[in-house]
Design a protein around this ligand. Sequence first.
Ligand SMILES: Cc1ncc(COP(=O)(O)O)c(C=O)c1O
Length: 423
Amino acid sequence: MNRREFARLLAIGGAAPFIPESAWARGVSAAKLPPTPASPDEKFWTAVRDQFVMPKDLTMLNAANLCPSSGPVLDTLYKMTRDMDQDPSQDNRAKLGDGREATRKALAEFLRVTPEEIVITRNTSESNNLVSTGIDLKAGDEVLLTADNHPSNHTAWQEKAKRFGFTVIDIPTPNPHPGAEYYVNAFTKAITPRTKVISITHLTSTVGDLFPAKEICRLARERGILTLVDGAQTFGLLDVDLSDIQPDFYSGSAHKWPCGPKENGVLFINKSAQPKIWASIFSAYPGRVGISKSFEGFGQRDEPAMIAFGEALKLQNEIGRAHIERRSRELTQALMAGLKKIDGVKIWTSPEPSRAVAVLSFQPGNLDVRKLSTALYQKDRIGCATRGGNDRPGLRFSPHFYNTHADVERTIAAMKKYMTTGV
Ligand SMILES: Cc1ncc(COP(=O)(O)O)c(C=O)c1O
């Protein structure tokens, strides 16, 4: 099938024809990223943007949902997959196992822990569920959760409570974010001698509430309670240091803020917690060191993707993780400042840097958010997320290091237009 026939086939199937026009699709790597200046300017961030194959007119403000893989990640994924498929012999594939272990090492350095504590999973959902299934809990035990928590860290505990008989207790999450002290006090009051696990989200995907993970983990540790920190929204956004936060478990996805390949994730299992968790999946091809030897035997894996995961971390390190966090915060503040000036916009996310980061939710007056997001995407080429229902409904913007101030200006101009003229 030639290119034109392939495009036609996709069009018949209802999908937009994929026109491979990017440098990557032509098999040419993205231009090399210049070294990060001490104070990165707009020119540098535009060079970062050029590491991605998204067309230049597309403004993506949906990092909290799914990030694009960078050019280096796509290159690695393609090259390693092609190498494997050109010669799928076990002899040729042996090097992929080395690459997978190199990614484990890179993950450990990234999170400031040891490779012996790293499991490479498929995503945060799987990581969270490996924890809620793997800890031995029974009737009479209690698990404390933050109420505004992703289903993989909320529904999962509730469903397993039905099966194993333990009790799940929600800590309410008021809006606006009441501050770190409120949550430390709320957990302190809720802990009983029966509390066995505290499971929180580090940063909520709904309105971007940042939780005091370190303080909550310390409180739990002092009382012999295990902690799971869902890091789907902080891994690759914040310069997360697990040697400082000291959770028992931390989870994340490659395909969110790290801009890695799809369906790769991480589960950190603190050495001290390893004797307290059972593996849930037993099959062939585990990892080679530490907990991965017993916990990561998930059968055949996509090792080229696992290797590309390491490439995503490399790009983040090259740019500088503190710079990435600062940039995402700066763009969020700029979006927030622009939205605040528009009559009728109600912002749900805290402006306080200690209470929020890079996930910004707001209600655009009485506008229908579905129609608004469709108009933003179709007419203005701005991608974002919507939130329906009655609980803090609206739009969500989550900018990342591939966004520029030009994206912010375009977005604010479009929002002003729709808030004035309607959709
Ligand atoms: C806080 C949180 N946890 C877990 C997940 C699940 O991530 P994944 O779909 O990559 O498993 C998400 C996804 O948005 C999330 O926001």
